[in-house]
Design a protein around this ligand. Sequence first.
Ligand code: NA7
Length: 534
Amino acid sequence: MSEPDFDAIIIGAGMSGMYQLLRLRELGLKVRVFEAGTGVGGTWYWNRYPGARFDSESYSYGFSFSKELLEEWSWSEHFAPQPETLRYLNHVADRFDLRRDIQFRSRVASAAWREATRDWEIALDDGSAHTARFLITAVGPLSAPTLPNIEGRDSFDGQSFHTSRWPHEGVDFAGKRVAVIGTGATGVQTIQEVAKTAATLTVFQRTPNWCAPLHNAPITEAEQAGIKASYPEIFRRCEETFSCFLHTPDPRGTFEVTAEEREAFLEKLYGEPGFGIWVGLYRDMLTDPAANAIVSDFIARKIRSRVTDPATAEKLIPTNHGFGTRRVPLETRYYEVYNQPNVTLVDIRETPIERITPTGIRTSGGDHEFDIIVFATGFDALTGSFDRIDIRGIDGRSLKQAWTGGARTLVGMMAEEVFPNLLMLLGPHTALGNIPRSIEYNVDWVTRLVAHAHAHGLTRVAARPEAVTAWMDHVMAIGEGLLSNQVDSWFTGVNRNVAGKHIRTIARYSGSAPDYRARCEEIARGGYGELSLA
Ligand code: NA7
């Protein structure tokens, strides 16, 4: 049997691809990473829109695998902005000499499994082909941007940008009439920043989201020393919590405490930095509609108190889903933006967008003229970046087709049996939450599997059908009853701009990260009985 060009090909040089490269190199393997961009960083390379930053505490977000790296890197803010995170990832690439195995400006167009040689043939969009024993996707769960399906979208004569395809040289909003379409986590960050300099900012909102304050601040020298001294504890805590954040639910039930205690508890969380207000609530607030109504009412009152015009405030309060059932955007004076004279909110449920014109946006209420339109319209999440690559398994079976109506995986890291030696980092049905924590776990699991194959002279690993079925049954069962699975959002695989993605599925793993890891460990420690190995 002829040997493939590489032991492994990794698609993507974001956080998962970078760390996977490092780990496979340690095994002495020949690895090549193909990356579409011109640099490392993935999400942090692409999402350069104004105000982009993560909502996890910086010190819980960075890589945890190297003590030296933790010691030498100092985050400047509790929630670092995108340029700093990108600098950090470039530092990691330099420090571990990663670039020599990464080929930039190289988009993978297709991947075909070859049963005879037990390898994958990968074709880039320049037509070049490369073979590898293992194909490892590090393509990210939120990396395939989607533009809105609005008539005339390409007819606009001014500048227009999707937030995740932002020009590297930046955009100057001073004196400009700006439109932002979309009010998810990205839209909220963009809006609060653009409002500072634009002559006028018009926000086109289809569904309001429940937002809560981020409470970001610079990290003082004393805090820095404290953070560095407590890294082991920080990462231990992330390992224990439901979604790998530093925050964890309060074990009490909402109705086990008095109304006064509840109010004081919510007030406290609202005043604290980060996701505590979302993932640190009473244990039943995201599962029991009556408990959820309490926190929704609390946040609605906050919105009313922060927005001067009562009619605008009402438009900003969600009515079709409860607090925390979609991703909660964390904000910095977002609601106050609507008190500024240069900012207008257009509720497109009242006055729908009819079309984009050469000069702006036409709604049923009339024409709005703009110099710049920003599309903060999100991503074809979880499976979109897979769908964009023509992945073919045994007998030319297409992954995209196999996943029509919902992905099927084993622990989110392997697809069905007809896709041998395909390993997915942060594939569908992996625990998400504080993403780098999940990345490090996924990479370690994949590395152990590849090492096992090498140690035992195995050249083909595939998920057994009954193991995939059992895992999918578990994913569905654990998703039952969760309020977030009863709402349209990228959590439930819904994107109305993408054909075939209008129907809700249980698209992600909605159990706890420790439970997820326990299942994965059972497979690894049990000697991979769920896989067919040859
Ligand atoms: P999201 O959360 O998917 O938000 C996309 C926003 O764009 C949302 O408000 C959508 O309204 C809106 N949208 C999408 N298509 C249209 C059309 N055709 N017309 C009007 N409005 C539209 O994406 P983000 O980038 O904000 O965040 C994604 C994740 O990245 C985030 O959760 C973080 O974890 C990082 P809708 O709600 O569908 O009515």
